[in-house]
Write a protein that binds this ligand. Structure first.
Ligand code: PSU
Ligand code: MN
Length: 299
């Protein structure tokens, strides 16, 4: 039911490094044409680092781990591509339609294909405000064994509540060269991580111990956005407040909330948040690749 590309299948069989990538960030998280450029640049970054990229998505109802360049282009450039969390995968399969995978569904599919490491931008989390909007990413992070490399969670969310929810879900939260949970656009949030590592080898050792214990759930490797592209919290806070306010007044709900907020924050920061987003996605792909390579070489 899950189609794994020949290149990814071969790499896994030979125990070479593979890094999974998601497609919701392409279909819903970034504007055209940056989305396709970024999808290709992330794949190139993984290859340059010596691993095989496996972009995940659903094409004509078939979940795929290792999309072709044509299919990445199709998900990036077609209107109306569904945004699929794990619960939604069955809908796209039964209806034979295209869909882009979130952090949650990418984890689910990549794990079943035998991939251990996944690079993304920011995870979903607990939204601000009292409407109990909590991303299913958190549930998946608590039950699927996968190393997820991210820049923390976006400050469009309630970060302290998101950090608490990760703890409750049993997610091992690790800082890569930092003692703090990064805030996506900003390098710091003031919130702690469970452990800090400073090299790919240390990250690989933690991952091996986690897997050997058989503990379910993710190791969330949190990488601060690159210094030269990070924004100060003060610079994004106003943009976030304005975005949250317009989302509320326009009645944006459900799975449209996150894409709406990302777009609105980019608008309110004159595109600066978009540059941060792109830079950290590429950086996370590079870090994930270095850990995957360390893991594959037994270091
Ligand atoms: N972070 C980004 N860009 C994105 C997302 C997160 O920088 O596009 C996407 C991811 O695919 C994540 C999803 O899994 O948003 C979370 O959506 P929701 O809050 O509706 O669960
Ligand atoms: Mn939601």
């Amino acid at each position: 039911m899950i189609l794994t590309s020949l290149e990814v299948t071969t790499a896994l069989a030979e125990r070479r490094a593979v890094v999974a990538l998601e497609s919701t960030v392409l279909a819903h998280g970034l504007p055209r044409p940056r989305n396709l450029e970024l999808g290709r640049a992330m794949e190139a970054a993984v290859r340059d680092g010596g691993a095989v990229p496996a972009t995940v998505g659903v094409v004509s109802g078939v979940p795929q781990v290792g999309l072709s360049d044509d299919d990445i282009e199709r998900l990036a450039n077609t209107d109306g591509v569904l945004k699929l969390s794990t619960r939604d995968l069955a809908i796209s399969i039964a209806r034979r339609v295209d869909g882009a995978t979130t952090v949650a569904s990418t984890m689910w599919l990549a794990c079943r294909a035998g991939v251990q490491i996944f690079a993304t931008g920011g995870i979903g989390g607990v939204h601000r405000g009292g409407d109990h909007d909590v991303s299913a990413d958190l549930t998946e992070l608590g039950r699927t064994q996968m190393m997820v490399v991210c820049a923390g969670a976006k400050s469009i969310l309630d970060l302290p509540a998101t950090r608490e929810a990760l703890e409750t879900a049993g997610v091992l939260v690790v800082g890569y060269g930092t003692d703090e949970f990064p805030a996506f656009y900003a390098r710091r949030s003031g919130l702690p991580v469970d452990a800090r590592v400073d090299t790919p080898e240390e990250a690989a050792a933690l991952w091996r111990a986690h897997c050997d214990l058989g503990v379910p759930g993710a190791l969330l490797l949190c990488v601060p956005p690159p210094e030269e592209h990070a924004l100060a919290s003060e610079d994004v806070d106003g943009a976030i407040s304005a975005a949250l306010e317009s989302a509320r007044s326009e009645g944006v709900r459900g799975k449209d909330v996150t894409p709406y907020l990302l777009r609105a924050v980019a608008g309110h920061t004159g595109g600066r948040s978009l540059e941060t987003n792109v830079a950290l996605l590429l950086n996370n792909a590079r870090v994930a690749t270095s850990v995957a390579v360390a893991l594959a070489s037994g270091r």
